[in-house]
Design a protein around this ligand. Sequence first.
Ligand code: C2E
Ligand code: CA
Ligand code: CA
Ligand code: CA
Length: 278
Amino acid sequence: VKKNGKNGFCYFSNELDENLLVKIELERDLRKAVQRHELELYYQPQIRTGNNDMVGVEALVRWNHPTKGTLSPGIFIPIAEETGLIHEIGTWTLREACSQMRKWHLAGGPLIPVSVNLSSHQFHQPNLIEYIRGILEETGLEPEYLELEITESMMMDATVSTEILQQLNEFGVKISLDDFGTGYSSLSYLKQFPIHRLKIDRSFITDITDNTSDQAIVATIISMAKHLNMDVIAEGIETKDQLEFLTQNACQEIQGYYFSKPLPALQVEESFFIPQRI
Ligand code: C2E
Ligand code: CA
Ligand code: CA
Ligand code: CA
């Protein structure tokens, strides 16, 4: 229904109207979320097949909204990016992830790195290196225990990206290429950028047990990563059959519900660090 609102605004449907309202409301609440301690990091274990060792954890942000319950990043990260709040949220996330990891290390937990998702706004912010260095110094985490997850689309401007990535690499921070295979960039950047790990996107894994194209793509990515001396991890493993395909194709690292969902820090300790007794 098209109707003319006050001030000459035009609403095309009640549904749009409502979506817009929800968004405005969320945006308003998101501005206060950090100070009100409503954000929480969950951690998803990354596992080495073969011995089931945890080789890392990915930090994934959640918003414990006062009335709407737990909101997933798919809902509020885009709003944060549009409004610029991503800088505050991103800083909180990085600091929290590094400080949690440091705590675990000090308490005798496994010496594994934490992977943090970086938004393109953060990746392109001026003096990224100084910013990351500051957070690591503040939290006491060694650079080698931080892995930044970036996506192919962030590297469209190859000259800029090469410089940023080289500086991060020299500093000792690891870089992982998230959602690998879903972007539009050419493969040529793989030889010029210091990338430590490829993360095979879940969309290639979902049907891998019966889709021969997915099987070919995944097997090729694994073999390419090996030849390029990069690590490779498959995301979104939910079943034993998917795991078997990856194991048979020599993919050593996996992440997915089959092993564990993302969990609050305390639950990671209880479920995975018990032998070390934190
Ligand atoms: P992503 O980086 O690709 O993260 C993987 C997503 O897949 C996560 O969703 C994770 O919970 C989910 N996942 C993991 N294993 C499985 C599985 O076996 N099956 C299925 N169906 N899903 C699985 P989540 O936590 O909702 O995050 C969604 C996206 O939000 C992330 O995608 C990432 O792009 C973004 N995100 C999350 N945390 C942050 C953050 O701190 N900063 C930024 N900038 N983005 C974030
Ligand atoms: Ca990720
Ligand atoms: Ca991903
Ligand atoms: Ca994604």
